[in-house]
Design a protein around this ligand. Structure first.
Ligand SMILES: Cc1cc2nc3c(=O)[nH]c(=O)nc-3n(C[C@H](O)[C@H](O)[C@H](O)COP(=O)(O)OP(=O)(O)OC[C@H]3O[C@@H](n4cnc5c(N)ncnc54)[C@H](O)[C@@H]3O)c2cc1C
Length: 436
């Protein structure tokens, strides 16, 4: 551990003899950690490739024109305006130099006394190159925006073609992965197809538009109870979503998706919700990395083989007897690990014993469209309207920023009563972008 005076000249971090805590990623985990270190006499340096925090659970609503991007994002500089030890640098981290205790970014190196990896996860295509090339992920606001553009642009193109096969190919959408993200996306698309798009595109026949949801396992929402899966399946079928369970994806060339049962789905829009892996952070020992690109951590979130490097949230796998595969990649895990690590950083600096992380599972939920969700809380499982109300309330209250809560609430109320989503805009950067 370094105790020398820091001067990260290139990134313009002032010279100081205070400890430097560098946090890579301001997602759910990084945000809580930074916040809970506010009274630490140290430099708390947050490095993120975006200048805002993203509320990922509502990305699918941006992709389906239910919410505008800025209502699920919040700028770090505003969140931490009043935190005097906070320093932010917008930069993509490329590698870690553990010998010299520094991270390498595109804007320069930053030294650390303690480093926290909180960079989350990225889409995992399990080595299937054609799917990586042609599928559309939904892990960030730009990706959700691109998906919205794709869906709407395909409909604009569908108006121009007379060949019916080609028209259907442009209208059809396939979602791969029947976990909460895939299921929520399917519900939202079903709602768009049934209630909204026919009004916008009266020249298109939406009865012939197909929305497919494909999953390898025998039921949707495999991590939830059977009754939640059954409820989700019944609800999506009412929306006319084609469910392909116990079905593998075999090939996709950007036009036709081949399934393991030989079925060929014609589509130019395939959404990837089938798997994620930890964001790559080159430079750490290979044996600290587990399958799925997650860093092996002990009960204090210390990365295996390092005393001053920690990992929290999706990028970390705390393998214990109770959690042989690590904790689920969920927001509450990241939030709770961020809070516990903050306490432990205080403990380390004060030379007190560390507190192990204990996960308090608040339960899981998934929404399927208006009036219907499935919820599994600690002592009770329920589905339907009440679950939907609980889902609305929890998501509203966890959004960062009062303004965002009001805007999201207003948008939801508006689309609930009017069956309308007013954000069906195709917005792209102008080409070519001006040099800055
Ligand atoms: C579409 C979707 C829906 C979801 N729905 C739910 C849900 O309903 N409930 C739930 O509990 N969980 C849900 N999740 C999962 C939840 O969002 C994650 O578990 C949670 O975000 C993990 O938090 P984190 O802090 O580990 O990382 P993240 O929140 O992913 O944050 C990582 C941060 O690191 C930054 N970053 C990444 N790479 C770099 C780099 N190289 N350099 C610098 N910065 C970097 C990113 O910009 C980002 O700000 C959903 C996820 C998705 C994608």
């Amino acid at each position: 551990m370094t105790s020398e005076i820091h001067n990260d000249a290139l990134v313009n971090i002032p010279k100081t003899n205070k400890k430097q805590i560098v946090i890579i990623g301001g997602g759910f985990g990084g945000l809580q950690l930074t916040r809970h270190l506010s009274s630490l006499d140290a430099n708390v340096i947050l490095v993120d490739k975006a200048n805002y925090h993203t509320f990922q659970p509502l990305l699918y609503q941006v992709a389906t024109a239910g919410l505008e991007p800025d209502s699920i994002a919040y700028p770090f500089r505003e969140i931490f305006q009043k935190q005097s030890n906070f320093i932010f640098r917008m930069a993509e981290v490329k590698a870690i130099d553990t010998a010299q205790n520094k991270i390498e970014t595109l804007i320069g190196d930053i030294t650390y006394d303690y480093l926290v990896l909180a960079a989350g996860s990225t889409s995992n295509y399990f080595g299937m190159k054609d799917f990586e090339q042609y599928c559309h992920p939904m892990k960030s606001i730009p990706e959700a925006g691109e998906l919205r553009n794709l869906i709407l642009e395909n409909l604009e193109k569908a108006l121009l073609v007379t060949d019916l096969t080609e028209r259907h190919r442009l209208m059809n959408i396939v979602i791969i992965g029947g976990g909460p993200t895939g299921v929520e996306m399917a519900g939202a698309l079903g709602e768009l197809k049934n209630h909204i798009l026919p009004r916008d595109y009266p020249e298109l026949d939406f009865k012939s538009m197909r929305i497919h949801l494909v999953d390898m396992s025998e039921r949707l929402l495999g991590a939830m109870a059977v009754e939640s899966s059954r409820s989700a399946e019944a609800f999506l079928k009412r929306f006319d979503i084609n469910l392909w369970l116990k079905t593998r994806i075999v090939a996709y060339d950007g036009e036709t998706l081949v399934l393991s049962n030989g079925e060929k789905l014609l589509t130019k829009a395939v959404i990837w919700a089938a798997g994620v892996k930890g964001v790559a952070m080159p430079g750490l020992k290979e044996d600290s990395l587990l399958a799925g690109g997650r860093f092996k951590v002990n009960v204090y979130n210390q990365v295996a083989g390092y005393e001053n490097i920690f990992a929290i949230g999706d990028i970390a796998a705390m393998v214990t007897n109770e959690t042989p595969k690590g904790h689920p990649m969920l927001a509450p895990v990241a939030i709770q690990q961020g809070k516990n690590l903050a306490k432990n950083i205080f403990n380390i600096i004060a030379k007190r014993p560390l507190q192990p992380f204990v996960y308090k599972d608040p339960g899981v939920m998934a929404t399927l469209g208006r009036n219907h969700a499935v919820a599994e809380l600690k002592f009770v499982k329920f589905q339907g309207f009440l679950a939907w109300l609980v889902w609305l309330f929890v998501h509203l209250m966890t959004l960062v920023g009062f303004r965002n809560r009001v805007i999201v609430f207003f948008n939801w109320a508006w689309s609930y009563f009017t069956y309308n989503r007013s954000l069906r805009l195709i917005i792209k950067p102008s080409q070519p972008t001006k040099a800055s």
